[in-house]
Every structure is written in structure tokens, then in C-alpha cells.
Design a protein around this ligand. Sequence first.
Ligand code: IPD
Ligand code: CA
Ligand code: CA
Length: 281
Amino acid sequence: MNDVSIDVPASRELAGIAERAARATGDRLRKAFRSRPEVALKRDFHDPVTEHDRAAEETIREILERECPGSAVIGEEGGLRGGADGALRWYVDPIDGTANFAAGLPFFCTSIGAVVGDRVVAGVVYDPVRDDLFTATLDGAACNGEPLGSTGAAGDRTAVLVTGYPNARELRRSGDRALRRYATFVESFATVRRPGSAALSLAHVAGGWADAAYGTSVNAWDVAAALLLVRQAGGTYLPLGGEPGGQDWDAPGYVACVGGFDLAGSVLAEAAGLPAVGSET
Ligand code: IPD
Ligand code: CA
Ligand code: CA
């Protein structure tokens, strides 16, 4: 995979490899789910990890490295490995939504995004509980082979917003502002939910099963696959807070919505730093 110009067949091939790697974690995760696995902590007590996160990532790495020798794999648990050929990079979150997985809540996924040069060229988000496989390629987005169309609510008053905002760090940093913003979301949207997996939430926006999503503390492995899913399904994904000229998947935040949603008229516009409706430019 030295050629940096990826066409549709190559994108599909990469998605197929990602699918095999993601599905290979399925049996382990389904078996361990609701067994109350032992939890260790990473950054703090809000940041759990289990033996299954690490084992699933190793399974995924073996498959990606075997099928694409020389590619780089950047995984949440094991960091960067490989990359001798420099062209293809995989961003892997073995379990996105570990807190849900560890407790027994059925909303978590495996996320694998393939990046070549300055774009995501393929991605999968796999929900092992429902056995739902979301696939994004350069020619579209699908769930279990059925094309996804990201359509839904036209504006806040009829929309479901999924968000993890604010988290404990954001509350420590700017509690009053964060709580005011959260209150605005709760008042303005029909429904606000905190599902606990950024990647699977975004996959639901791609499917039109949630209308908007807002995230502020994510990593590339959370969003690389899902941002392509949203865009290829006809939705909008805007990175927030990244370095000028940086890559979309490296930005720490995002706002996303279904196609046709009035983002400019949404309370998310202020959070996203978009010009307010009616403001002079
Ligand atoms: C977390 C989830 C959560 C998001 C956090 C992520 P993890 O990932 O995606 O929804 O709000 O920012 O870190 O720790 O379960 O892999
Ligand atoms: Ca994650
Ligand atoms: Ca994770």
C-alpha cells in the first residue's frame, strides 16, 4: 500500500481488512460483556480500561499488520507501532465506550479508521452486541451492507443531541460556562443523551438515528472512522479546536449533524464557533 492515491476499489479493500479485524474482536467482547470484568484506571477514576481492551487491540493489530505489512497502527492502548512504508496509518480504538462495556451497558464499539496522506480513506465501526457493522468507503457508507442516509431533524426543537459534554476535566476547568452551555443544550434540543461512545454515537448520526453530536475531548482513534461515515452518509462533521492546518481526525472536538439540519440556527453554532445567524460578517 505504497501508492498514496487511493481509489474506490482500494478503499473497499481497506474497509474489508478493517472489517475482518473488527469482527475478530466480536466473540471475546460478547463473551466478556456483562461478566463485570476487572477495571484498571488510566488517567483517573473516570478513565477505565480492562484486559479486554488490550487483548482486542492486539487481535486487531495482528490482522492489520499481517494484511498490510509496513502500515502504521496507532491504537489507544499500545500507541504507535510499525509504519515502515509511511503511507497507510490505522487508527484503532478496540473498545470505544469502555465504561459501558465494563458495567454491562450495550453501547460500545470497535473503531478502525484507515488514513492515507491527508484523508481518511476507509473506516469501520463495529457494535458487537447488535452485530452492526458500519462501513465507510470513498464511495459511500453502509450498515450491514445497507446504504446509510444521514437524514433526520431539521432543527434543535425536534432533534436528539448525543454528547459526552461536559466531562469532569471540563467541569474543573470551566464549570460555570460548561454547565450553562449544557443547560442551553437541554433547553433547546428536544432530547439530550450521553451515550458514552463517540464513535458509535457518530455512526448513529450517519444512520439518521440521532440528529446531532457534540464532542470535546476525543482522540483520533475515536473519530477517524466515524467522521468518514457521517460525511459519506450525507451528514456534516466539523472538527473543533484543532491546530491551524491540522487534520480533522486530530482535532479534539467536533460537531456533527444529519444532512439538512439547520446548524447555523442551532445552539451548537455558538459552541462550534460558527457565526451566529443574523450576525454581520
Ligand atoms: C471515550 C468515549 C466517550 C467520549 C470520550 C472518549 P473510551 O472513549 O468515546 O464517549 O466522550 O472522550 O474518550 O475511553 O471509552 O475509549
Ligand atoms: Ca475511545
Ligand atoms: Ca477505548
